[in-house]
Design a binder for this molecule. Structure first.
Ligand code: MN
Length: 292
């Protein structure tokens, strides 16, 4: 096994608002080398670093909007998020839980702070990933997977080192909760001060990690503090992390999808013609209906 070396430790880009509820650092796509292909199949990563939400009777978020051609994966670290879509699916996720929504041929959805959380206010922190679909799955039926805390498979690190929560893929001999269209390993690593964890992925898989909380050392050398993203080179298989303090780390690794990416707004297809079709279809009501 060769070491997977670091290509770049990326500081959080200046945040912007998505709707009125999500204040996000857009790591993917970002500045060079982080275009939509570099971390394929992860084509977008919005990170809402920890903020305090003021109490509001009117939940903040993003109103009804379409998606086609990919999946949105939301991971909550603090606070609660509610989702409704035109395929009839809805759900609420809280700390440690995941919504894996396959937009595929097209859905309308809305994403908000959950009502009771909104009324109370408090810490809010989450990640949203856009996971691309290969051409042959882009026009399949929409799908929704809610992964609750109880459903989340876990691997205990040795010597009370912490826990690896396996959202998808496989860590050691434990398979993740979510089903995916292409090979994707997605873990939440909760690691105690001084503990060490090892990860191995094929060198061709695009691999990165986000430090959600704490501070870690990677491969015994480079340090990555809170809210930083670490992009790995495709030069080896294995890396280690060691926690300088109690930390939470999102580890992501996936097999790249070797197809052209045509993206516009909420659509990610392979050609410009397919994007034009998506706008036509949404305007003619083919994505269904969802009340605002
Ligand atoms: Mn959305």
């Amino acid at each position: 096994m060769r070491i997977k070396n670091i290509e770049q430790v990326i500081s959080p880009p200046a945040p912007h608002m998505v709707g009125d509820g999500f204040r996000v650092h857009n790591f993917i796509p970002g500045s060079y080398p982080m275009d939509m292909e570099r971390m394929s199949p992860f084509i977008l990563m919005d990170y809402n670093s920890k903020v305090v939400i003021k109490p509001s009777d009117q939940p903040k978020g993003v109103g009804v909007h379409p998606h086609r051609g990919f999946e949105t994966v939301s991971i909550a670290y603090h606070g609660k998020i509610a989702h409704h879509d035109s395929a009839g699916n809805s759900g609420v996720i809280g700390e440690g839980e995941v919504q894996w929504m396959t937009a595929a041929s097209g859905i309308l959805h809305k994403e908000y702070h959950e009502l009771e959380f909104s009324k109370k206010g408090g810490d809010f922190q989450m990640v949203q990933l856009w996971v691309n679909l290969p051409a042959k799955y882009k026009m399949t039926s929409p799908k929704y997977q809610a992964i609750t805390r109880e459903m989340m498979p876990k691997v205990e690190l040795p010597d009370n080192g912490g826990t690896v929560e396996v959202i998808s893929g496989r860590y050691q001999d434990v398979a993740g909760a979510a089903s995916t269209f292409t090979p994707i390993h997605l873990f939440n690593v909760k690691i105690n001060q001084g503990a060490k964890a090892f990860f191995g992925f094929p060198s061709a898989f695009n691999t990165g990690l986000l430090v959600v909380e704490g501070s870690i050392r990677i491969n015994g050398t480079d340090t990555a503090p809170t809210d930083h993203f670490v992009l790995f080179r495709n030069d080896g298989e294995e890396f280690s992390i060691q926690a300088d303090e109690k930390s939470v780390v999102l580890v992501l690794s996936g097999e790249p999808i070797p197809e052209p990416v045509a993206a516009a707004g909420p659509f990610v297809m392979n050609t410009r013609a397919e994007l034009r079709q998506a706008y036509e279809d949404v305007n003619s009501g083919k994505f269904g209906y969802l009340e605002d």
